[in-house]
Design a protein around this ligand. Sequence first.
Ligand SMILES: Cc1cc2nc3c(=O)[nH]c(=O)nc-3n(C[C@H](O)[C@H](O)[C@H](O)COP(=O)(O)OP(=O)(O)OC[C@H]3O[C@@H](n4cnc5c(N)ncnc54)[C@H](O)[C@@H]3O)c2cc1C
Ligand code: SF4
Ligand code: SF4
Length: 379
Amino acid sequence: MKQFVPGDLDAAVIQEGLCIGCGACIHLCPYFQSYRGKTARLFPCTLKEGRCFAYCPKVEVDLDGISRFLFGKRYDSAPLGTYRSIHVSRAGEKVKKSSFQAGGTVSALMYFALREKLIRGAILTGRKELLPTPQLVEKPAAVFRHGLSKYTAAPTLAALNEAIEKGCDNLGIVVTPCQATAVAQMRMNPMGNPSFEDPTALVIGLFCTWALDFRRFEAFLAQEVPLKEIVRIDIPPPPASVLEVYLQDEKLVFPLDKIRPLVPDTCGYCPDMTAEFADLSVGVLEGRGDMNTIIIRTERGERIAREAERQGYIILEEMPQENREHLEWAAANKKRRGLLRSREAGKLNGEEGKTYMRLSAEVIDEILINGKEDAPCHT
Ligand SMILES: Cc1cc2nc3c(=O)[nH]c(=O)nc-3n(C[C@H](O)[C@H](O)[C@H](O)COP(=O)(O)OP(=O)(O)OC[C@H]3O[C@@H](n4cnc5c(N)ncnc54)[C@H](O)[C@@H]3O)c2cc1C
Ligand code: SF4
Ligand code: SF4
């Protein structure tokens, strides 16, 4: 179980520049609000034991506690986290062609889960111009209006909190790795509420090397293109090293060197590339922009993915060893970078109520050795 430590979220995370704007602290009380990519505390709060602090994925994250809760085992140094199997995947013949970022596995799984009533609603992230707009989707066909990656950090979990507040349960949600950490902490009932029930039935995590700061990215792109006309944004896998912006009849290409300064500092501390605390984790298959990699982690994730495959909603194939090794290499490298950065800043096993992560010295050593070689990855 997460060791619950009372603390001041504003001082420990927001003022320290560690907030990623995930939305986990929004809609719990009137004090925290998210506005155009920024989370702010409007008024001081006297509570020292809030759900906001307990859910936040940027303070007092007990990696071992979460791993024991989700998988019944300690957090070890495995680059991809705990999993049952790993595959190449894409949407199957039961899913109409639509705008997907890669193979459409994520949208296909959420569509299937809604159609089969395995979930009551799905928390997805659409966009208005560049602004990510998370919301609860209840009709299966509406899933396809929320496809495609919004490469800016999004307050997706604010929509989850709002849905829970309205009494929704059995929810599916698509999240980045930091958001998957927050959701896992929510599911641990850290405040010990006796009437607590897990509101989630399926957590799909996206691979993530970094996200962009919404305000900085908007200001950058607004100088280059009419934001209303953007159809799609892509960061193709290496060796491309570019960000592509698609308009109706045109494609603009920006070198990643111009884009990296728009990444918030907090992503540099993050050790998780593959959403280790999700039921299923999905990314782009290296070398095949129209296919996904899917990592099956939990029993409930496996049940849904296998049934979706059996009914023709997704296709699962064997993962070539070369791809798996490369993914492990990239993930190990991100883990090492995140831990080193956190340690340098005193945010790894640091001051109580202020540290980012807690992890045993033995596992830290293993991770630092595993990720020693520089991997060519999404950055
Ligand atoms: C910020 C970010 C960084 C990423 N970095 C990598 C990477 O380094 N390597 C890699 O392999 N893959 C990365 N991905 C994942 C990749 O872009 C695809 O989302 C993934 O492969 C699923 O493809 P798909 O065709 O199944 O998705 P689709 O079927 O098109 O569905 C995409 C889903 O993502 C959700 N979504 C979109 N934007 C966000 C967001 N900002 N926050 C939360 N949910 C969102 C939508 O709700 C939708 O359900 C990243 C995604 C994001 C959002
Ligand atoms: S919960 Fe999310 S939005 Fe709130 S302070 Fe933490 S990182 Fe920021
Ligand atoms: S790099 Fe980490 S902190 Fe940044 S958006 Fe991705 S998962 Fe969140």
